[in-house]
Write a protein of this length. Sequence first.
Length: 93
Amino acid sequence: MTEKRKSKLSKERMPMAAFSSFHMEADRTGKGMSLILCGIIGISDFSDSFIHLLSHGGRITVTGRGLFIRVFENGAVEIVGRVEGISFKYGKN
């Protein structure tokens, strides 16, 4: 079997669930940090010191000071402020 054929077969056998739609980017700004998270399905709670996000894989909590949600559309959230922590909880709880 040629290498090209092996490569094609291995790609076909990979389950689509192995690839997550979650993606995160962080950039420094004048107000602290701009955090962009993709693959978000909802926001369960928020204040200027924490934001609880929901994804298919679990919950994401962003903590800090002066946090605000600049954009939430098409599964992408942009959070701006002084981000001090990001935590992940897997599963439905």
